[in-house]
Design a protein around this ligand. Structure first.
Ligand SMILES: [Zn+2]
Length: 72
């Protein structure tokens, strides 16, 4: 079993933003669950960029989405 990478306060905030600013299906294209902007919203993009700069890989970022299934 993989041990989760320890994260600092800022990374925790970015990870939280990725989790909460996630895509949901809308007529006309996916939208952000949190702010309802076209997905990916500015907050999601900024948080993903932050995590990539902090050394996270795509799989680790995708794993933040702990919903029981894709909503789109
Ligand atoms: Zn959003």
């Amino acid at each position: 079993m993989n041990t989760p990478k320890p994260i600092g306060t800022d990374e925790a905030a970015a990870a939280h933003a990725v989790r909460t600013h996630c895509a949901i299906d809308y007529p006309g294209g996916p939208r952000c669950l949190n702010c309802h902007a076209k997905f990916p919203c500015d907050t999601h993009v900024a948080a993903v960029d932050f995590l990539l700069d902090a050394g996270w890989d795509d799989a680790a970022i995708m794993a933040l989405d702990v919903r029981t299934g894709p909503w789109f």
